[in-house]
Design a protein around this ligand. Structure first.
Ligand code: SF4
Ligand code: SF4
Length: 328
């Protein structure tokens, strides 16, 4: 990996270079919440932040998108080839991209996701964790790949890790300086210090089996407050489910095909032809969701969003601790 240094005073120069690459999307604060939005000026961007409401995956897998239009036998796919930049992405969300990449880039490849992912520069940055973060417990506290540049805050400057050819090209701009062992060691020390501040831990040893064997009464108690609203899925950086609908015009031969994020916590998610619902209860849907996140494979990146934004106050980590028998 190549390492470079960037003085904070030169951040506007990097921002201009990124704008030269494509539309820049970065964390912006609105009404006390953070959102990844298109920005024109560095002054709009809030780089020291904890988490955005929706994860930046929304740029690759959009909440709602028209994927095709058709008329009779002919159709046109709506593939997006625009160049873009995601600026200021945290390690947990970058690790979320890597989990989605395995779903959408491996065969069969999802061309809609793939085009956006391949045409988007990802610039990571050190995060400001809060009491809900537990990324280090799920191995997502550090990004080892999945980005073009990653900026580690060293005080007056950033250590920049270069993660791709495009990142390398950018790091050759004259406002970057060479970095060496001293900066890499300092960045590692500061990352360790930041990780040490994360008080929230989760023990996932044998969790898939514990979820499967938890009794009905236990689950009913744990899910009693759940509204089955699906918010926990919609804010999750690794949820991947979507629904596809055809919107026909009155002529019937003409229409558009749209896909939208879906949620396995919604009752109709498991409804199939003939009216059978294979996960009709909140308990069954919760077991499914937790198994998907921390069962055979760990797909949770510890961002804390599902806990922070659950309208019923259900805490993901506390729920899993209760399944382990640690607290109820
Ligand atoms: S966000 Fe909370 S209330 Fe809504 S489905 Fe998820 S756990 Fe249930
Ligand atoms: S399950 Fe919750 S904590 Fe884990 S990645 Fe999804 S939203 Fe974040």
């Amino acid at each position: 990996m190549r390492y470079a240094k960037l003085a904070k005073a030169d951040l506007p120069k990097l921002f201009q270079s990124l704008k030269g690459y494509g539309e820049v999307f970065a964390p912006v604060e609105e009404r006390g919440k953070l959102f990844f939005k298109k920005v024109e000026d560095l002054k709009e961007v809030k780089l020291a932040y904890t988490r955005t409401l929706l994860p930046p995956k929304k740029l690759f897998l959009q909440p709602e998108e028209e994927i095709m239009s058709y008329e009779g036998e002919s159709y046109t796919e709506k593939l997006d080839g625009r160049k873009a930049v995601l600026f200021g992405v945290h390690a947990c969300d970058i690790n979320g991209f890597l989990k989605l990449d395995r779903v959408f880039l491996d065969a069969p490849r999802d061309e809609y996701y793939a085009r956006r992912r391949e045409n988007t520069l990802v610039v990571g940055i050190t995060c400001v964790p809060d009491k809900y973060c537990f990324c280090t417990s799920v191995g997502s506290g550090y990004a080892s790949g999945g980005f073009d540049l990653f900026l580690h805050d060293l005080g007056k400057e950033y250590l920049v890790r270069v993660g791709s050819g495009e990142g390398y090209r950018l790091s050759k701009q004259d406002y970057f300086k060479e970095a060496g062992e001293a900066e890499v060691k300092l960045a590692a020390k500061l990352e360790e210090k930041r990780a040490g501040k994360l008080r929230r831990k989760i023990n996932l040893m044998g969790m898939g089996d514990l979820i499967e064997t938890e009794g009905k009464e236990g689950w009913e108690e744990l899910t009693a407050k759940c509204l089955a609203c699906g918010t926990c899925n919609l804010v999750c950086p690794t949820c991947q489910c979507y629904d596809v609908s055809d919107l026909l015009t009155l002529e019937v031969r003409k229409g558009t095909r749209v896909r939208r994020w879906d949620s396995c916590m919604l009752k109709r998610h498991a409804l199939v032809a003939g009216g059978l619902n294979f996960r009709p209860t909140v308990v069954e849907r919760t077991v499914n969701r937790l198994s998907c996140k921390v069962g055979e494979e760990v797909r949770c990146v510890g961002c804390g969003r599902c806990t922070v934004y659950c309208p019923a106050g259900i805490d993901f980590v506390e729920m899993l601790s209760a399944v382990r028998g640690e607290a109820r």
